[in-house]
Each structure stands twice: as C-alpha cells, then as structure tokens.
Design a binder for this molecule. Structure first.
Ligand SMILES: [Zn+2]
Length: 134
C-alpha cells in the first residue's frame, strides 16, 4: 500500500517528460525572442531590454532576472568559435599578428553582439520553464 504522497515510476517519468517538454518550449520561444509563456508576443522591448509584460498574454516577463547568465554563455560560445579559428589560421597560414587581430577582434565583437540577445532569450525561456523569478 502506498502512502498518499508516493509517486509511482510512471508518474515520475511523465513529470520528467512534461518538464523537459516545457524546457524545450521555453528555449525555442526564448531563442526566437518571443514570450516564453505564449510564444506570440515579443519578450524584448529593445536590443536587450525585457518588456514588463507580454502584449498578448500579459505574462510578467519583466519579473525574470537573467543577470550575468547571457553574457557568460555568449562568451563561452564565442570563445569556442574564435579561439579554434585563430589557432587554425595561425597553424595553416601564419599571418602577421596585425592581420590576426584585424580579423578576430571585430569577429569577436560582432559574434558577441549577434548572439547575446538570442542567448538572453533562451535564458529567459529556461527561467520560465523552471519557474525562476526575481
Ligand atoms: Zn505571452
């Protein structure tokens, strides 16, 4: 006989599938910079500024605090693109340091600025999926 709060393995698996589905939904909607709750309204009012609430479903988007996570993940991703690229160029062509810098410094800035809003959206979607606010 089970206690009232026992969770059967089937229930546990269902809960796990639901939470991973919610996470994927949040990531997909957030990466598109849409409201993670409804997927239709815009989550961003500017380049990186979150709206206080969704235009469509009135979900309080502004209550989510992404803090340092989006820059951290952006630097992590861009570092894994730029460093191997610079090393491969050095090994294969041995260009001058000035040429390396003139290629990779602007590429680093452009990639960071390009990825950051989408990664911030994905972090927002993750917070929505895990119900992390404030
Ligand atoms: Zn919405």
């Amino acid at each position: 006989m089970n206690a009232p709060h026992d969770i059967s393995p089937e229930t546990n698996a269902t809960t796990s599938n639901q939470s991973s589905g919610r996470l994927m939904t949040g990531l997909r909607r957030g990466f598109r910079r849409k409201c993670p709750n409804c997927g239709h309204g815009f989550a961003f009012g500017g380049y990186l500024k979150l709206r206080s609430e969704c235009d469509v479903c009135n979900h309080p988007i502004g209550e989510y605090r992404c803090d340092d996570a989006p820059p951290y993940f952006t630097i992590f991703l861009v570092g894994h693109i730029v460093v191997p690229g610079a090393l491969a160029m050095e090994q294969n062509f041995s260009p001058s340091m000035a040429l390396q810098l003139s290629i990779w410094l602007p590429a680093t800035v452009a990639l960071c600025l390009g990825f950051l809003p989408f990664i911030k959206g994905a972090v927002l979607g993750t917070q929505w999926a895990m119900r992390i606010k404030g």
